[in-house]
Design a protein around this ligand. Structure first.
Ligand code: TTP
Length: 224
């Protein structure tokens, strides 16, 4: 994606009134999240969370539990680096036949991931955390989108792997990458698949005052 106007999913995104007068800080290095925020008309700066925020696998943790925890940890990490700010953090994974599929380590991992997804229904989960440094309050939520990947032939796979478009994308595939291999099943959020559920984000910002919980210093798990 070069410009936000390039894709229909970047159009008509909701823009919420902010709950505080703090500047928005996007706690993410994801170019997709920044494009979505920009396309929705938010002013923001970017501070990327430390790598350590996204570590520590919990066995038996489900995909939604994991993305909630990582979104929270990314926001909490950036909160330690600033005096002021309405921090927005997110984490995205795919989930298929009981396996949680994050960003591929390398091309072999990307191929194995795509062979698993080929011809299968699967889910993409994004956890989103909004954290007000001024109010010392935060809220975390998770959005699920169900998708269907069409069966991939060896030549389709080879071409996509060679393109390197899979790099840095959960499930080794970009919904936005300009082919029609992946379709949303029923009603679902395209922006959620690409890394930030803009509709839910707007709802959470509008309701922040009533839903946000007080942050307890040093706690690494999301509230609730
Ligand atoms: C499923 C899917 C994910 N993605 C991307 C969104 C995220 O950038 C990435 C998932 O990795 P994340 O770990 O959620 O995010 P990130 O490492 O890119 O950035 P940060 O941790 O700094 O916030 O996969 C797509 O671009 N298209 C897709 O179809």
């Amino acid at each position: 994606m070069s410009a936000s106007e390039d894709l229909p999913l970047m159009r008509d995104l909701p823009h919420a009134t902010l709950p505080t007068d703090e500047p928005i800080i996007l706690a993410s290095g994801s170019p997709r999240r920044a494009q979505l925020m920009k396309a929705a008309g938010y002013d923001f700066s970017v501070i990327v969370a430390s790598d350590e925020a996204e570590c520590g696998m919990c066995s038996r943790e489900t995909a939604p539990e994991m993305v909630a925890r990582y979104a929270y940890r990314k926001a909490a990490d950036v909160a330690t680096k600033v005096d002021n700010g309405l921090i927005i953090a997110a984490d995205t994974v795919a989930s298929c036949v009981g396996q949680i599929l994050g960003k591929p380590r390398d091309q072999d991992h990307a191929e194995a991931t795509l062979r698993l997804l080929s011809g299968r229904r699967h889910d993409v989960y994004t956890g989103v955390c909004i954290w007000s440094v001024k109010l010392q309050k935060c809220t975390v939520d998770v959005v699920r989108t169900e998708l269907m990947m069409q069966p991939l032939s060896d030549s389709m796979l080879e071409g996509y792997l060679d393109s390197m478009l899979w790099e840095g994308k959960a499930g080794a595939f970009g919904y936005q990458d300009g082919n029609d291999w992946l379709s949303i099943v029923g009603e679902g959020s395209e922006s959620n698949v690409v890394g930030l559920p803009m509709e839910r984000l707007a709802e959470l910002l509008e309701k922040f005052d009533s839903i946000a919980e007080t942050v307890i210093t040093g706690i690494t798990e999301p509230p609730g």
